[in-house]
Ligand binder design. Sequence first.
Ligand code: C2E
Ligand code: CA
Ligand code: CA
Length: 688
Amino acid sequence: MSQGLSMLFKTSVKSFFFLVVFTVTAIFLHRFNYLDTSLSIPYDDSHNYSVLPVSAGETTGTLIQKQNEINMHCVLKEVKSFNLCGVGIDFSNGSIESGIDVGRYNRLDIDIAYNTPLNDPKIKVSFRNYHPNYVNDDDLASLKFNTISFNPSNYQGTTTVPLDAFQVENWWIEQYKVDFKDSQIDFSNVSRLEILSHSMPIPGVYNISIKKLILKGEIISENGLFKLIFSIWMAVGALLLLKQHNRLKKISNTDVLTGLYNRRGIQRAIHKIPFKNEVCMFYMDINEFKKINDTYGHVIGDELLIYLSRFIENKLKPFKGSYYLSRFSGDEFIILLRNISQEDMYALARSITSELKNPISVSSYRLSISVSLGIAKIQQTNNSFDILLGRADAAMYHVKNNKLDSFQEFDQSISDNIYFKKRISEFVKEAIIEGDFYLNYMPIYETKSLEMIAFEVLIRASSNNMKGIGPDVFIPIAEEYNLIQSLDLWVIENVFKKIKEDFYFLNTNPTVFCINISSEELKNPFFSENLKQLLDKYEVPPKWIKLELTETSLVKTDQTSIDMLKSVRALGVKLSLDDFGTGYISFNQLVNYPVNTLKIDKSFIDPLGTQNKPSEMLIQAILSMADSYQLDTVAEGVETPQQYLYLLDAGCDAVQGYLFSKPVSWAFVKKLLAEPNAESLKRIAMLP
Ligand code: C2E
Ligand code: CA
Ligand code: CA
């Protein structure tokens, strides 16, 4: 951590130093005119502007152009009319519309000698500007006169005239009837510069020699320079902040010892894997790492961890770009792999675990270690990290407990494993006491209209210990460890609480809550009495409640179970046969069960739409039987429009599945009820 920060500090100091040097240099250069720009007229480096003689009246003029001097020699024999003499310098290359921008300069260095018979001979210097507002195209004189007049003999050598001293000539404004807006100084488009005699009232020789004409200015004004410096300071500051932000982010995601992702880093990194991609997690723990620390000391322990990091990185080389590796905590490593094949997964696991059985050289020691590796694999979703962690951890735990010194993938055998189950049962017991569960609600829709008619209530564990362990895993364990009755009651009571809280809302937006109960309840003589008490306590209308029981549980039922179901029905609560089709209830057995609904199991829905004849025939059979017993039908696990369209066609009453909605929170239930979305669902289902 401190290393990264000190590097950051060094960068900041360097940048600050650079900025100060830059600022001082820029101001210095500007002050001492190193940032000046100039245009030497008529002989600029890149241009050679044409010089033309100008004369009017009785004046005759001769223009002599030398290397460094322009000379206009004018002779006036007698004065009869208006006389004029001088030179014009043309910037426009033939088209008066395209002049040069003199506004970029702020002064004119000028050295002129003017010999005349006059006492106070004045020269006029005019920058002639073109603007379509005031120019007649056939009349050159209509170019605006931006002028100064002065007597050159009053100045020794070069005179510097600020461009601010120029003024628009009054006679010109009058003659061309120029509005005030256009009568301001304008240097933006100067097509001509003229140096002319101010007046020629008496005969004689008038000689103008121009030794120097240089326009000068600054590349950037002082104001502009300060603005620029300020912007650069701001930009560098922003850049440093961004760098610091990224650096801190990296530091907070990285394990200092190994340079791998830390716990937080890997939890963030999983989100880089796109949805629906398969994510595989390797969860590896060093067996008896504590012993190594105790025997050889922490320095060797740390070195071993670094060795293992490089070892795993090496093993992962073939999966470059599709893995994330972290030291998750202490001696635990986690690898996430995207879309790895089953063979590659096993080969990698085998190669890591078997190779680590050989002694490892760390410093001068030969260490013998072994590792336990758990593997889990699922499709990427919002909370796949927690699910993977729970399962890979369980698989790893299995390896450790059985001293396998090897690896294991999470599967049914793990959930069936006695150690695992014991651990989970303890967590469940704890969670029941702490109330560490919450409920999700999955919408059920009428097939034709896609209007919401019910919600299935699904339990989730919120405690950290149970992260990644879903009800598919912990419910069977709760049943086995006799915890299910309290769990079922917890769910029922909590749904009822919500209903009571939002009674008025639900009364105007009626729906049905389908609550799963365990088949263990069939043997529970108090179940219907408990249910009744809760219905009364929370004043819940029984017709808002439906209980889901798995079909399997009913296959071998006796009279007590059927009596129990009948007493539930007598309360006005409805019943649904869950996972229908998996339990082999014979059709004529059905008549014995007081149920309202058959919920067709997802395993029969999955193959639909793929021309799978057997499952289609089974669905047809279930639907026609349900029809003859006057039972409602719900299809569960609808994931594709093809499945939906098949069920619509076959006449199934209701559908539920990820195609329409995943399980949602209570707040979302209310939103869905208040703003039904049947129309957008129809588009999703590709209804014609
Ligand atoms: P179930 O009663 O068959 O519930 C349906 C399960 O299938 C739910 O999983 C649901 O999220 C999932 N599902 C529904 N539609 C789709 C779909 O289109 N695609 C996929 N891939 N899955 C879909 P969940 O919530 O994990 O529940 C698993 C089982 O746990 C349930 O199976 C039920 O037997 C049991 N369970 C859940 N909540 C409770 C409860 O509160 N009490 C009891 N006793 N059992 C519960
Ligand atoms: Ca169910
Ligand atoms: Ca099911």
